[in-house]
Design a protein around this ligand. Structure first.
Ligand code: GTP
Ligand code: MG
Length: 345
């Protein structure tokens, strides 16, 4: 509608952390699918996006999340690779994020890419929580699948609980050395001033209800005012990947963070030389809850609304660049939009 109506968009959650600390496994656990198994090699080489609607979050979180208390539509997770060579991908994911999860293996504690991720979060001033992952590996741990943290802690021996606490306080100490005041999430009142630490296991699902509850609560409380978008406004996004796709030629995987993108839009994309002006041929969407980079069966959609991960098929994309801006022209002056894209490069 020409009047333009405002709506709340999905917050973008970046998952950051050192290699093998369990970023992809955590998302897998949330999705109930097994992307880890489908990954070529042990390291994640690409950023993917996963939308989790509020109703699913509420199902997983059980009585911790009542959908009636929230008006944000859910969360859009961006996975990032932990391997040291992918720092630009991490940086891009971090810059796009409204909020982040820093994943730390409770056995390993802080490692080089944990520090690097923290630097990105500091630089971009992104609010975040810490997922202290792999609690199931604590010696003597008694696993209680998919259970909230407090309940599973009550079912542990004193020895296992003490051991976990030592590891958690180690992480809290390391955050403190980095200048962040942190505590167990249930003791945190203001998640912007204090970093909440959520003990989790991507293997058993313990603490996952808590993780989603804290993310949802933090988003609702602190991000709501920034999540208002014009639901008919021209779309704005960032290119995550430039990819050849059988039958479609060169395509763009983008994260749309504002407005609407339609399958008949003209878009301007940052390129190696000048900005590229091109007409969208198709918008390709992975199925709900599927991971964009492992999805081969795309569904064509007429339009998509922020926030979303979407693949754009269009001519002349060969010179497009990962990390570059994408802007829809619709109803605006082409020169103005091109200048905006050039300014962002
Ligand atoms: P990169 O993408 O390479 O940076 O790694 P990642 O952080 O995505 O780690 P990934 O999810 O691939 O997990 C690495 C290994 O740790 C896998 O073998 C997982 O099965 C294992 N793992 C992840 N989370 C847990 C957990 O909570 N408990 C246990 N026991 N193992 C886990
Ligand atoms: Mg991974």
């Amino acid at each position: 509608d020409a009047a333009g109506s405002a709506e709340l968009r999905t917050p973008i959650v970046a998952v950051l952390g050192h290699v093998d600390h369990g970023k992809t496994s955590l998302l897998d656990e949330v999705r109930g699918s097994a992307v880890t198994a489908g990954e070529a090699g042990a390291i994640t080489q690409h950023i993917g996006a996963t939308a989790v609607p509020l109703s699913t979050i509420s199902d997983i979180a059980g009585n911790l999340v009542d959908p009636a208390d929230f008006d944000l539509p859910g969360l859009l997770f961006i996975d990032t690779p932990g391997h040291h060579s992918f720092s630009t991908l991490r940086s891009r994911g971090g810059a796009l994020a409204d909020i982040a999860i820093l994943v730390v293996d409770v056995n390993d504690g802080f490692q080089p890419q944990t520090h690097e991720a923290l630097d990105i979060l500091k630089r971009t001033q992104t609010p975040f929580i810490v997922a202290a992952n792999k609690i199931d590996t604590v010696p003597g741990w008694n696993p209680n699948p998919d259970t909230p943290v407090q309940a599973t802690l009550e079912a542990q021996s004193d020895r296992a609980e003490n051991r976990l606490n030592e590891q958690l306080y180690e992480i809290i100490g390391q955050l403190s050395e980095e200048g962040f005041s942190a505590d167990m999430y249930w003791r945190v009142q203001n998640f912007r001033e204090n970093i909440g630490v959520v003990p989790v296991s991507a293997e058993t699902g313990e603490g996952i209800p808590d993780l989603l509850t804290v993310l949802m609560g933090l988003s609702q409380r602190y991000l709501k005012s920034e999540m208002s978008i014009d639901t008919s406004g021209p779309g704005v996004g960032t290119v995550l990947e430039v990819k050849d796709e059988r039958g479609f030629g060169t395509t763009l995987d983008i994260v749309l963070y504002d407005g609407v993108l339609r399958d008949d839009d003209t878009v301007v994309v940052g390129g190696k030389n000048d900005p590229i002006v091109t007409d969208v041929r198709a918008l390709l969407q992975p199925r709900p809850l599927a991971e964009i980079r492992t999805e081969s069966q795309f569904e064509q959609v007429e339009s998509v609304r922020a926030a979303a991960g979407i693949k754009i098929a269009a001519p002349d994309l060969d010179d497009a660049m990962a990390g570059a801006p994408v802007r829809v022209v619709r109803g605006r002056d082409l020169e103005t939009v091109t200048a905006e894209v050039r300014a962002e490069l």
